[in-house]
Design a binder for this molecule. Structure first.
Ligand SMILES: Cc1cc2nc3c(=O)[nH]c(=O)nc-3n(C[C@H](O)[C@H](O)[C@H](O)COP(=O)(O)O)c2cc1C
Length: 169
């Protein structure tokens, strides 16, 4: 079945369905505020941006409770999840009071909590903040990275999580 819409007749359910049919990875985005309190959220919007200089981007919803913390943050961390970390993805997308409860993290050099067992982690300075409708696009200059080049990575597709095996380099 083919559906066609103009912006005047846009069916929001069809838009959400179309967006859900774009496969993505899943990452947890973290930072610490001035008082040292950790903040984080699950993101499918993490995207590699530039190799020279090394930059990535992530988008944060304006309604997120942690929004102000990320507007103030000088640095943030990104942990790219594995297929077995669906519980971590759910914890960081929940309204839990303490999203870091019962989780093993290790602070990066700039203080962002990074999730143990992640396929890769990135940490760096927030370089730019750009309005994007109900989200803000944050660009990050990466200063620190880790990679465990084996196992699997989490994929998010049609509102479900799955695992993709990491191929040999
Ligand atoms: C798979 C998945 C991907 C998500 N991607 C994003 C994203 O890229 N940006 C975003 O702002 N929220 C995203 N969310 C929703 C946030 O994780 C969720 O709203 C989070 O609770 C916001 O943090 P808060 O508790 O501070 O409000 C995603 C949720 C899931 C389950």
């Amino acid at each position: 079945m083919t559906l066609a819409f103009s912006t005047f007749t846009m069916d929001i359910a069809a838009v959400k369905r179309a967006f859900s049919l774009v496969p993505s990875g899943v990452a947890v985005i973290t930072t610490r505020d001035r008082d040292g309190k950790a903040h984080g959220f699950t993101a499918s919007s993490f995207t590699p941006l530039s190799l020279d200089p090394l930059m990535v981007l992530v988008c944060i919803g304006r309604n997120a409770r942690c929004f102000e913390a990320f507007m103030d943050a000088s640095h943030l961390g990104i942990s790219v999840l594995r297929g077995s970390q669906a519980d971590v993805a759910m914890q960081f997308s929940s309204k839990s009071a303490d999203k870091f409860a019962n989780l093993e993290t290790e602070d990066g050099p700039f203080g962002s909590p990074l999730i143990r067992g992640a396929v890769s982690t990135f940490e760096g300075a927030v370089a730019g903040r750009f309005p994007g409708g109900d989200h803000m696009v944050l660009t990050v200059s990466v200063d620190h990275m880790t990679l465990e080049d084996e196992g699997d990575v989490m994929a998010y597709f049609a509102r479900g999580f799955s695992a993709l095996a990491v191929p040999a380099p």
